[in-house]
Design a protein around this ligand. Structure first.
Ligand SMILES: *Cc1c(COP(=O)(O)O)cnc(C)c1O
Length: 850
């Protein structure tokens, strides 16, 4: 007999006296994680326990004794602090928001992500992608967007990192105790947990739904760890990025298809779905399936209705970073599903292929997402360009600049990353409006902060970083059973007064974590300079399967163990949100050395900017937009060499040069009051130029204006009157595909044989024989612009031509090209379908170039 089948389970919850129940209420809304008053409230309960629980208020409340509660209730100071925080929470939830003024209340957005980095106590994230998703939810809450999040609840999350004596990364996977996390299990009216079923090959898997409250926003997390499921299926939500490809497809089916089903079970019907990376792309299929089933539509009709309401964000310019599934795996997991959608294997696989001429291409989730979204975007201007190049084949026949693939540059949730001291300083000089909105004029007021005050406020952050580094190093050594002398010596590493460089991120090879160590002798001279020393704090995890990444960590740790570097280089274990917060609040310079253009955006440097630190970075990702010359430093000018060794050498030398010639002297050039005025001028310029731009407030507003609201309008238009337009559109396209081949451009006349002067207008006239395509259903356009050296049009514009009014000239279209720039110009003619209600429509195969 299986002993555990007779095991009776029950849950114990802390028994808080009614007077203190507010503590629990606050702990269950992650709003507290960005509200210093609320953090202070939990911390004062028991600072030691606060640290030991990794800042988890629920776990802490469960550990406190009745006697502690009794004394708290008698503590007037504490009780009034509690009342004040509760009041703030109420105020926050009731306040009028940006979206109420600028949005549309009928929009319902669902944001899907494989990971969410909201706080260190909820470890269901690994790195940048998750932190961005977490910050997105927080700003969506601040701005009042009608948005819910959808993700997976991992029993073990991502691993925690320990380093052994040799510096090798060890991974441990502690269990997340759901009952000590701010999670509500979703139940029906009778109190039974709500569950849904998902089909996997030869079986179905039952899933339950947890809810996390993030300010005003709800995040739903799916969990397959139920007794009804086989042990293997219970594993689907065990680890983030932990398994093989098969585990990955199981997880992505759960996220995309399961996510949509979960929302419906909860009575939520999103009209705009945002896929944060391709992991969630199956959601588009499920939305189509539901429409087909409920409205008896064809796949094509349902797809037209759904596509308008999907938004996709891609986060990597590296092919290997994107999920590809071999066709056999797709067949095994989705064979039944796509046949149910009325698709053939060929048709379905094509949805995930860039170039269906290539036969053995794998099924790519990003391609699926792009084909089923009307709006796709990268996460910085440069990444937008790189993405368009990378995915050009998804939209055959469209010039690169015209692809529906733009960019929305990432940001950070300022309140989550600002130190309390810096936040107070900013409130003192800028007021509080900057907390709610990104505004250039407000941030210009940074110039009014006295240099000394800004400087000292920032040094407080460095002091706390140094304290933390010593504490962390000591704890690390204790775990390794180091001798007392060695543990003691951890107390004298680093110095809060000297120039502090931070480098922390995933140890993926393209981020080049050891670029700074290329020339160790030169580095040593910089670090141990007698008057102007420098120190470096490193942190970061390597993916468990990435041996090269682990080797980089080991090299740094071993270097930091050498006597001459011991006090100047520290590697902090277990990089997570909490370590990141200390780092970005304490460093003077944040170093970023990706191999251009592989860093899609990067966000940690933005966190640093809010806290008054300065960036020194390769011109890649967001820094191409942020760098202004006087607000930080660029390593190189964005050159890309074919020889990696050479590139590393050039760029590491550029780092040493910058440090020796510019950064170190600027930092140590002090006035009589000890304040480096040149440095504080850089700090101010950095805050003024970067803070109003690189916040998630700005980012989420941009998503709302440019993606969510237009998507919603599109979706609504297509779905109105029982989906009339969607159905019409699908049938119309189908009809056009049948007759498009008969269309031809027979003559083009443009008066540009001789030179044309700037400002002159060139008349152009075109004759079309339409075959069976009605002339009223085509748009004739000229794509025209300056030619580059290879003879391709750069940044072209589209000029529509009008049908000639003369009844004798049926099939003639006329217009004018305005030449606004000098240089060689070129133009191309194209004919595209034109829908009476939707205007010019793009569909692969329905475009004629001439
Ligand atoms: C901000 C953050 C990241 C993202 O870092 P980038 O290298 O700038 O993309 C990763 N991990 C943690 C813990 C972070 O806080």
């Amino acid at each position: 007999m299986n002993l555990f089948s007779t095991l009776h389970r029950f849950t114990v919850v802390p028994s808080l006296p009614r007077e203190l129940s507010g503590l629990q209420r606050i702990a269950y809304n992650l709003w507290w994680t960005w509200e210093p008053e609320a953090i202070g409230l939990f911390k004062r309960l028991d600072p030691e326990l606060w640290r030991a629980t990794r800042h988890n208020p629920l776990e802490m409340l469960g550990c406190l004794q009745q006697a502690t509660y009794d004394s708290l209730m008698l503590d007037e100071g504490f009780m009034s602090h509690l009342a004040q925080v509760e009041e703030r929470l109420d105020e926050y939830l009731a306040s009028r928001t940006w979206y109420e003024r600028h949005g549309n209340p009928r929009t319902r957005i669902a944001y899907f992500s494989m990971e969410f980095g909201l706080h260190e106590s909820l470890p269901i994230y690994s790195g940048g992608l998750g932190i961005l998703a977490g910050d997105h939810l927080k700003s969506a809450s601040d701005l009042g967007l009608p948005l819910v999040g959808v993700g997976l609840l991992y029993r073990q999350g991502y691993f925690r990192q320990h380093l052994n004596f040799e510096g090798w990364q060890q991974e441990v996977y502690p269990e997340n105790d759901f009952y000590n996390l701010p999670l509500h299990l979703e139940r029906d009216a009778a109190g039974t947990p709500l569950t849904l079923e998902l089909e996997y090959p030869g079986r179905s898997v039952r899933v339950q739904i947890w809810r996390v409250q993030v300010g005003r926003v709800r995040l739903y997390l799916l969990d397959s760890n139920l007794e009804e499921n086989t042990p293997a299926d219970r594993e689907i939500t065990t680890r983030l990025y932990g398994g093989d490809q098969e585990m990955r497809i199981r997880q992505e089916i759960l996220l995309g298809i399961g996510g949509i089903r979960a929302l419906r079970l909860l009575g939520i019907e999103p009209n705009v779905c945002h896929m944060n990376e391709g992991h969630a792309a199956f959601l588009a299929l499920e939305r189509i399936r539901i429409l087909m089933e409920e409205r008896a539509l064809s796949f094509g009709e349902a797809m037209e209705a759904v596509r308008g309401g999907n938004v996709f964000t891609t986060h990597t310019p590296v092919e290997a970073g994107i999920d590809h599934f071999p066709p056999e795996l797709i067949e095994r997991y989705l064979g039944c599903y796509y046949r149910h959608l009325g698709l053939t294997r060929e048709q379905f696989l094509t949805l995930g292929m860039q170039n269906h001429g290539r036969s053995n291409e794998n099924f790519c989730m990003a391609v699926l997402a792009m084909k089923l979204s009307l709006h796709s975007n990268g996460v910085s201007e440069l990444h937008g360009i790189v993405s368009r190049r990378m995915w050009a084949d998804v939209w055959p026949d469209l010039p690169e600049e015209q692809l529906p693939l733009t960019y929305v540059t990432n940001g950070v949730h300022q309140k989550s990353w600002l130190s309390e001291e810096m936040s107070n300083l900013l409130i003192r000089y800028l007021g509080t409006r900057w907390l709610e909105q990104s505004d250039d004029a407000l941030w210009r007021k940074v110039s009014r902060i006295p240099d000394a005050e800004l400087w000292r406020t920032h040094r407080r952050g460095t002091e706390r970083l140094v304290d933390y580094a010593r504490f962390s190093l000591r704890a690390q050594l204790q775990k390794l059973d180091a001798g007392p002398k060695e543990i003691d010596r951890a107390g004298d590493v680093l110095d809060p007064e000297i120039l502090t460089i931070g480098f922390a991120r995933r140890f993926a090879t393209y981020k080049r974590g050891t670029l700074l160590l290329q020339d160790k002798e030169r580095l040593e001279r910089i670090l141990n300079h007698p008057e102007r020393p420098v120190q470096i704090v490193f942190a970061g995890k390597a993916h468990p399967a990435d041996h090269q990444g682990k080797e980089l960590i080991r090299q740094i740790v071993q270097l930091a163990q050498q006597e001459k570097f011991r006090r100047r280089i520290v590697f902090l274990e277990d990089y997570d949100i909490s370590v990141a917060r200390r780092l970005v609040q304490g460093v003077d310079v944040w170093l970023n050395t990706p191999l251009r253009p592989q860093e899609a955006s990067g966000t940690s440097g933005m966190k640093v900017a809010f806290n008054g630190g300065l960036n020194m970075s390769i011109l890649d990702g967001w820094w191409c937009e942020g760098y202004r010359g006087n607000n930080g430093w660029a390593i190189g000018r964005g050159e890309v060499y074919d020889d990696l060794t050479y590139q590393n050498e050039v760029e590491s030398r550029a780092i040493y040069d910058l440090l020796e010639k510019e950064i170190v002297p600027l930092f140590y050039n002090r006035g009589s009051d000890g304040v480096p005025r040149g440095w504080t001028a850089f700090m101010k310029a950095s805050m003024q130029t970067l803070c109003p731009v690189f916040s998630t407030d700005r980012m989420v507003q941009e998503y709302a204006r440019r993606c969510y609201l237009p998507s919603f309008e599109n979706w609504e238009r297509l779905n109105r009157d029982d989906l009339r337009l969607a159905v019409e559109l699908a049938r119309w396209k189908e009809r056009l595909h049948g007759v498009w081949g008969g269309l031809a451009i027979v003559a083009v006349q443009a008066q540009c044989e001789r030179e044309v002067t700037v400002g002159q207008k060139v008349p152009i006239s075109v004759q079309i024989t339409p075959g069976e395509v009605p002339l009223s259903e085509i748009a004739v356009e000229v794509y025209f612009g300056v030619l580059d050296s290879r003879g391709a049009i750069m940044g072209g514009e589209v000029v529509p031509l009008d049908p000639a009014p003369d009844p004798d000239k049926v099939g003639h279209f006329d217009g004018e090209l305005e030449c606004r720039f000098c240089g060689r110009h070129g133009f191309l003619l194209r004919v595209m379908p034109r829908h009476p209600e939707l205007g010019t429509v793009y569909d692969p195969g329905l475009i004629l170039w001439g």
